[in-house]
Write a protein that binds this ligand. Structure first.
Ligand code: PLP
Length: 404
């Protein structure tokens, strides 16, 4: 237990963890099964181009998402580009700024102009009224992001899109296995994109997928994914090579085998964080709706400096000194970085506030209940003495500056 400011490793106390505790340690699953699958691919000398492991992976992702089609890719950023292109969008695309930069950059790489709008401060997801206010005569689509696995306000967005004759699609990178009003994330809008990056709840080392119920769109995506080839192999359009390999699919299948167990573990971790941080003023843990089948792959807290006396960035330093490595997902927000910041300056107060306060804490299969109790002990120790920690840190840096 850390009971005073001096107990914190930032000020000379012993670090709480011997080895770093990370956000998004990969969930690997049964290693023997992974090696069996890799050996199978090697024995059969089938390493890529629509192999059996890839087909099985695509089928299982489509099942999990409750959709007819899954097109797996080498990563989700490329999957987003393929999705934007296959939807034949043009001009501007309205999206939340509170997302990973890839949502925006992929649009830009596909020749579109991302236009950022503000979020609902409670859910962190795109606010449909703000999305509507950002629509111009050049807008072709709205892209929602199911932030941290919480579904976007899909019905309201669909209404706005229909009223303005716009397409709708989703970056569902965080939302594998999650639901919205009794349906699985995956089948909403024209298409949705999952990420299977090593840090995500299911991983293929690197990987992504577009899922859709639209068969024609799926056909178009498959073609863009493989050099513009049609079903018969003849080239019929410009395309790229964004295929997922058999090795990646082998990892994905093994990671999927462990998915239910991973989610159970993550939910228990999330509940423990909530109870450990309950009643700490100025610290709130993002909650999930049980009915929305959350995968709880992120434990997201906000640190309100006006209440705690300690800024999120200083708390992050405190934790790092203890060998806890949190993340600032997503700070700065997309509209706060180049080129968007210079090209199209906007003020998005709810996004800016969340980006200033958000902190993502370690969870996942490798993080135990005992780890979480120790992380929360550090957070409580620093936050309950927030003003003193801040003063002490400032004094320390003043002295360091003076003696230089
Ligand atoms: C991880 C992530 C991506 C990009 O995924 P990659 O597979 O790393 O390209 C896109 N959008 C969001 C919201 C993400 O978190």
């Amino acid at each position: 237990m850390k009971q005073k400011v001096d107990d914190l490793a930032l000020f000379g106390g012993p670090a709480a963890f011997l080895h770093p505790l990370f956000v998004g340690r990969p969930s690997i699953g049964d290693r023997a099964r992974l090696l069996e699958r890799l050996n199978w691919a090697l024995d059969n000398k089938w390493l890529t181009n629509g192999g059996p492991l890839l087909r099985e992976f695509e089928e299982r992702v489509a099942d999990l998402a409750g959709v007819r089609n899954c097109v797996a890719t080498c990563n989700a950023t490329t999957a987003l580009q393929l999705m934007y292109r296959a939807m034949e969008l043009s001009g501007e695309v309205v999206m939340p700024s509170m997302t990973f930069i890839a949502t925006a950059h992929a649009a830009r790489m596909a020749g579109l102009e991302p236009v950022f709008c503000d979020i609902d401060p409670v859910t962190g997801c795109i606010d449909p009224r703000e999305a509507e206010a950002a629509v111009t005569s050049r807008t072709s689509a709205i892209v929602g992001v199911h932030l941290f696995g919480r579904p976007s306000p899909i019905d309201e967005l669909a209404k706005v899109a229909a009223e303005h004759g716009l397409r709708l699609a989703f970056d569902a990178a965080h939302a594998l296995g999650c639901g919205y009003q009794g349906r699985r994330i995956g089948g909403f809008g024209a298409a949705e994109v999952f990420s299977f990056h090593a840090t995500k709840v299911v991983n293929t080392f690197e990987g992504g997928a577009v899922v859709t119920d639209d068969d024609a769109l799926a056909q178009h995506l498959r073609s863009l994914n493989a050099f513009g080839a049609g079903a018969d192999g003849r080239i019929e359009r410009v395309g790229t090579n964004a295929k997922m390999s058999e090795a990646a699919a082998a990892m994905g299948l093994t990671s999927l085998d462990a998915f239910d167990q991973t989610v159970r573990h993550n939910r228990a971790n999330h509940a423990l964080y909530r109870s450990e941080l309950l009643g700490v003023d100025g610290v709130s843990v993002f909650s999930f709706d049980e009915d929305e089948s959350p995968n709880c792959q992120y434990v997201v807290v906000t640190i309100d400096e006006a209440v705690t006396g300690i800024h999120r960035d200083l708390l992050m330093r405190v934790l790092r000194a203890e060998n806890v490595v949190p993340q600032r997902y997503f700070s700065p927000a997309c509209h706060q970085v180049e080129p968007y910041r210079s090209e199209r300056p906007v003020e998005l107060p709810h996004t800016e506030r969340l980006a200033d306060q958000v902190l993502v804490l370690p969870t996942g299969p490798a993080v135990t209940g005992e780890d979480i109790r120790r992380v929360c002990d550090i957070v409580r120790c620093a936050v309950l003495r927030g003003r003193r920690v801040t003063e002490r840190f400032r004094r320390g840096t003043d002295q360091a500056t003076a003696s230089r």
